[in-house]
Design a binder for this molecule. Structure first.
Ligand code: HSE
Length: 299
């Protein structure tokens, strides 16, 4: 039996569109059991977040990724396997649930095969499945990760972070990543590119050093957030409420909004952000959490 733990992730972090991502202390746990005494085939069961959507079929991102790794390795998948997942990461929230499913499925298969695939190769395979590296990289490596695609290769570097407090508010708004990507312009102006490039570097430095006042000055974006916030009722107001206390960003492709705050301000900021969604008639849930220095790990 193997148990695989995979963290939630928040991608983009304002200006680092498709390049920056942070592992969070919110987890999915996958248990894999193989036994000749089981019924042949793959059995799957989910508990926690997304149960209604995931149960009833064995075909999902996690099981597909699991089977994909056996294929890549030229190995047969086990004849009888049970996969249980206990999900703490909400689905379609901008908190990396699909990256967690992909990384979890790959890591589980890799563990069963006694780890023939290196972390660098796993990142490459996971990025090919996800389409961009910014969630799968921190889900694998933990901490803050900057990653880029260079042809077929993924270049990634991980940064340790000091303790930080994040408030994340997830509205009950349906904004699938596919839709959130389709509302973005095909090209951006040079001025907007320059605006983001410098800020992405400074956001990395602010997070790495825990400099919340620098972070509040530079966690801004001109290439995805303005287009996406329009599609999240109450999103603009919740974002501004978060920003009134410091640094804020859309988490991944949204719809969650997150704020980096002093621990003592967390409850106040959470209340303001939730009130902003409430005024727009949108229900929401909030998490107060921290970055995770650990990425996926297996026992
Ligand atoms: N970088 C991606 C996006 C993250 O913003 O579309 C979502 O998976």
């Amino acid at each position: 039996m193997h148990i695989v733990h995979i963290p939630a992730t928040s991608a983009n972090l304002g200006p680092g569109f498709d390049c920056l991502g942070l592992a969070l202390d919110i987890w999915n746990h996958i248990r894999i059991e193989v036994s000749a005494s089981f019924e042949p085939g793959l059995q799957f069961n989910a508990s926690g977040e997304g149960t209604g959507l995931l149960n009833g079929s064995t075909d999902n991102l996690l099981t597909r990724s699991f089977l994909h790794l056996f294929e890549i390795c030229g190995q047969k998948a086990p004849a009888a396997v049970k996969i249980f997942t206990e999900n703490g990461i909400p689905l379609s929230s901008g908190l990396g649930s699909s990256a967690a499913a992909i990384v979890g499925g790959l890591a589980a298969a890799n563990a069963l095969l006694e780890n023939p695939i290196t972390e660098t190769e796993l990142l490459k395979v996971a990025t090919a499945l996800e389409g961009h590296p910014d969630n799968v990289a921190p889900a694998l490596m933990g901490g803050l990760v900057a990653s880029v695609c260079r042809g077929p290769e993924i270049i990634a570097r991980r940064f340790d972070l000091p303790p930080l407090t994040l408030v994340i508010v997830k509205p009950e708004v349906d904004l699938p990543t596919k839709v959130a990507r389709s509302v973005l312009p095909e090209s951006v102006s040079r001025a907007d590119a320059v605006f983001n490039i410098g800020r992405a570097v400074l956001v990395t430095e602010a997070l790495r050093t825990g400099d919340l006042s620098l972070l509040a000055q530079v966690m801004e974006d001109k290439i995805h957030q303005p287009y996406r916030l329009k599609h999240i009722p109450g999103g603009e107001a919740a974002y501004l409420a978060a920003k009134s206390y410091g640094a804020a960003a859309l988490s991944g492709a949204g719809p969650s909004i997150m704020a980096f705050v002093e621990a003592s301000d967390a409850e106040k900021v959470k209340g303001l952000m939730m009130a902003a969604f409430g005024e727009a008639g949108v229900g929401c849930r909030a998490f107060v959490t921290h970055p995770s220095e650990k990425g996926v790990w297996t026992e």
